[in-house]
Design a protein around this ligand. Sequence first.
Ligand code: NAD
Ligand code: HSO
Ligand code: ZN
Length: 435
Amino acid sequence: MLSVTDLRDLSPSPAELNALLPRARVDLDAAIDVVTPIMEDVRSRGREAIAEWSRRFDGSAPEELRVSPDYLNRCLDELDPAVRTGLEIAIAHNRAGHRAQMPREVATEIVPGGIVRQRWIPVRRVGLYVPGGLAVYPSSVVMNVVAAQVAGVAETALVTPPQRHFDGNIHPTIAAACALLGVDEVYAVGGAQAIAMLAWGIDDGEAPIAPVDVITGPGNIYVAAAKRVARSVCGIDAEAGTTEIAIIADDSAHARFVAADLASQAEHDPAAASVLITDSEELAREVDTELEAIVAATRHSDRCRTALGGPQSGILLVSDIDQAIDVANAYAAEHLEIHTANAEADAARIHNAGAIFVGPYSPVPLGDYVAGSNHVLPTSGTARYAAGLNVMAFIKPVQQIHYTAEALAELTPHLGALAESEDLPAHGEAARARA
Ligand SMILES: NC(=O)c1ccc[n+]([C@@H]2O[C@H](COP(=O)([O-])OP(=O)(O)OC[C@H]3O[C@@H](n4cnc5c(N)ncnc54)[C@H](O)[C@@H]3O)[C@@H](O)[C@H]2O)c1
Ligand SMILES: N[C@H](CO)Cc1c[nH]c[nH+]1
Ligand SMILES: [Zn+2]
C-alpha cells in the first residue's frame, strides 16, 4: 500500500535528502493563485461575493451570514451527552495546558531608578477558522477558542463552512461547541472567502463585520494559502494545512499501533500524508499488511487509500535510528510519533516537528482531542520555523520604560554621544532639555 524509498547506505546532502522525501505535488504557491481572486472579490463585493463562492464550493449559502444565538443554544441543548462530556474534558485539559503557557510579566531595574517592564498584552479581536468540508471539527473550536480565551482576547469571531445538509447553517456539533465555550459571534462561511472576510471585514451598512487583528486555525490547502495572503494585513498562526503524520519506529514497535496511527491521519483528506521511517524491513512489511486490513474495514476507506497511495506518503527505510532522526528533522512533520526502544531519549534529539508523541501509548488522536496539547499544528515542512497554536499567537510582548529624572540624567551624555554619531542631534537635545 505504501511505496518504499530505500535511504540505507546513502549519505545525501540536505538538498538531495529533501528531494527524496515524500511531499505533496500541489504546493501552497499554486493554491495562492487560486485563492487570491476569491479574496479580492470578497474584499470588493462583500456578502454578495461570499454567498456566490459558498454556493460554488460548499453547495449552499446561509440566509444570514451570522449564526443566530438561538441556533447555537438549541444545538447545545440537543447535543449527544457523550459528545458533550468529551468536549468538556477536552476544554478542561486544554485550559490547563494553555494556562501553563502564559508568560509572567517581569520588571528589571536596569540602573537605579530606570525600569524596563516586559508586559504581555492580548490582541483585541481575533478570527478563528474551524474546518468543515470533508469532516467537521468541533475539536478545532476547542483548540482555537481555549487558547484565545486563556490569552485574554476580548473579541472572537469564529468562521466555519455552511453545510448543505443543514440548509446552509453550520454543523450542529460545531454550533454546540461554540455555545459551550460562550462564543456567540459565529459566521457560516469557509475557505478563502472566510479568511478574506476576517482580514478586511465587511462594511456594507447592513451589519458591519470588523476586521480582526489575528487569524488562527487549521484548514485545507486553500485555507492555508489564504492565511498566507491575509498575512499582509493581520497576524496569523502557523500554516496549519493538510494533515501529516510521520512515525519513527524500530523493531520494538507494535506494527498494528503504527499502522492504526498512519491510517488515523490519512482519513482527514485524500491529500493527507502518512510516512513511516524505520530501520526494520520486517516492521515495514508488517505495517503495510496491517494497513491493508485497517483501510479495507474503515468508514473512509477510499479517502485513506488515496492518501496512503499518494506521493506524499510512504515508507523510508534507513540504516539506523540516528539516520531516522536526521530524516525526521529534514521532513519536519506536523505530527511525529516515536516508537523506539529509547523513545524519550530519541525524542530529545528531534528539533523539527509540530508536536512529538512519545512511546506506544501517546497516539496522535490523543493529541487531536483530549491530551491537553493543541492540535492546530504547522504542516508542509514549516515546523522548521513555526510552532503549533498556543497562547503566544494571541499576546504581544510590549516593553514599558519608566525612568526617574536622576536615572535619565546619568545616561544623557551617553545617549547624546550616540545621537551625534548618527547625526540625529535633536535626539540628544530631547534628553538635555530635561536637565
Ligand atoms: N494542520 C492542522 O492543524 C489541521 C487540523 C485539523 C484539520 N486539518 C486539515 O484541515 C483540512 C480540512 O479540510 P476540509 O476540506 O475538510 O475543510 P476546510 O474548511 O478546510 O475547507 C473547505 C473549504 O475549502 C474551500 N475549497 C474547497 N475546494 C476549493 C477549490 N477548488 N478552490 C478554492 N477553494 C476551495 C471551500 O471554500 C470550502 O469551504 C484537512 O486537510 C485536514 O487535514 C489540519
Ligand atoms: N489531526 C488533526 C490535525 O492535523 C486534528 C484533528 C481534529 N480532529 C481530528 N483530528
Ligand atoms: Zn486528526
